[in-house]
Design a protein. Structure first.
Length: 149
DNA sequence: GCCAACGTTGGC
DNA sequence: GCCAACGTTGGC
């Protein structure tokens, strides 16, 4: 079992949206490093749902991988804001996964609280602020779940 | 809305 | 292959 963290702006897609629809497609990732993590995800892997550009920004809950990587259709849709005319149809550049809602934390875990926890100083979230899909260690996962459950 | 960080693009 | 210009992310 691997653990991950994925970011979304709640104005666009929040954990409440996912809770209502139960399963959602995580499309629109347009960064190669993030894409490579998407492609490494396995069914049942667990994911922290992070709200970015929020008040406050932080971890809102958890989900799991419901479907492993497949081509993100929005890359071929000229009407879509994530359209990528350079993506070869026979070797699509961008992938997505489907995620399943598991739980909303009673209280969001804000970024500034994460910064205050010594055991979480190594989180990719703190070191690589702009990466929208990133791995989480087992120790980080367990601690965050303990803090938020 | 500002701006720092950083990824991508494209000229050379 | 370098690097300046530019665009995007995301905290504040």
């Amino acid at each position: 079992m691997n653990y991950w963290l994925m970011k979304s702006e709640p104005d666009v897609f929040s954990i409440d949206h996912l809770r209502k629809q139960k399963i959602g497609g995580w499309d629109g990732v347009r960064n190669y490093q993030a894409r490579n993590f998407i492609r490494a995800m396995k069914k049942k892997d667990r994911v922290l749902f992070y709200h970015s550009n929020a008040k406050p920004s932080g971890i809102a809950g958890i989900m799991e991988i419901a479907r492993e990587a497949y081509p993100d259709p929005t890359q071929f849709d000229p009407e879509n804001e994530h359209y990528d005319p350079g993506s070869p149809p026979n070797a699509p550049r961008w992938s997505q996964v489907d995620v399943k809602f598991l739980k909303t934390f009673r209280k969001i875990l804000p970024l500034d609280e994460i910064r205050d926890v010594p055991a979480l100083q190594g989180m990719v979230l703190l070191k690589r602020g702009r990466l929208s899909v990133q791995p989480v260690t087992t120790a980080e996962w367990r601690l965050i779940l303990r803090m938020c459950s």
